[in-house]
Design a protein around this ligand. Structure first.
Ligand SMILES: CC(C)(COP(=O)(O)OP(=O)(O)OC[C@H]1O[C@@H](n2cnc3c(N)ncnc32)[C@H](O)[C@@H]1OP(=O)(O)O)[C@@H](O)C(=O)NCCC(=O)NCCS
Length: 195
């Protein structure tokens, strides 16, 4: 992952706005987006450890994400190295929502559209057919995360709403900032064309 730009061309969600004819540096890494497998659990665990302020859940938790929830999780590899990860699922009582649990982009791969491209790739899968909106939680000071999800809402022409959900004292034992629930959707609401 030595380059400074990414080639998203072969992904399910080609989010790279660069025209195809634009010459790319020789070192441009090729990004592959894929459904994770159990063998990826340890790699995902290590990537998350390198992406503070993300909670480090157990490796076992990541293994469950890579197996039971694999269809709604995504691993992005740059020249074969793990560069990005999203864990997500469709809540059993809210099947039209994709709940995004964690987004991790390796420091060297940030600011190039990878986080957004992984969300686009998830939303283009058969496993998310019928999904009309996204939910996630964000702590107040995580500017990159707010910017990522506002960008997703803007690009999908969708309303963006947020409210405090898991409270620092009431739910998190005073050990973690309040998590704000962000709801994006329905997609295309402003244009009147339900996604
Ligand atoms: C948050 C994170 C996933 C963003 O990933 P990324 O691949 O760098 O984001 P993208 O390049 O797709 O950017 C998407 C949008 O967010 C904006 N953005 C990204 N990082 C930003 C930052 N640090 N400050 C301000 N805006 C930022 C981009 O400019 C872009 O906006 P645009 O579409 O209006 O141009 C990444 O910074 C990260 O892994 N952080 C550590 C872990 C974390 O906090 N995860 C989120 C909580 S679940």
């Amino acid at each position: 992952m030595a380059g400074t730009t990414f080639d998203h061309a072969d992904s399910a969600a080609a989010a790279d706005p660069t025209p195809a004819s634009t010459p790319k540096p020789a070192s441009t890494p090729k990004i592959v987006y894929r459904v994770p497998a159990a063998e990826d659990g340890a790699t995902v665990h290590a990537l998350i450890a390198e992406c503070p302020p993300l909670d480090q859940n157990s490796l076992y938790c990541n293994l469950l994400q890579c197996t039971h929830f694999a269809d709604t999780c995504i691993l992005a590899e740059a020249d074969g190295e793990a560069a990005g990860w999203i864990s997500a699922y469709r809540p059993p009582a809210e099947r039209e929502t994709l709940f995004i649990w964690q987004v991790a982009v390796h420091e060297r791969a940030r600011g190039m559209g990878l986080g957004r491209a992984m969300i686009d790739a998830l939303l283009s899968r058969d496993a998310t057919r019928g999904v009309t909106g996204i939910k996630t939680t964000i702590t107040p000071d995580n500017e990159a995360s707010w910017a990522l999800f506002r960008s997703v809402a803007r690009r999908r022409d969708a309303p963006f709403a947020s409210e405090a959900w898991f409270d620092r004292d009431r739910h998190l034992g005073g050990r973690h900032e309040t998590e704000h629930l962000v709801a994006i959707g329905p997609f295309g609401a402003f244009a009147g064309n339900q996604f």
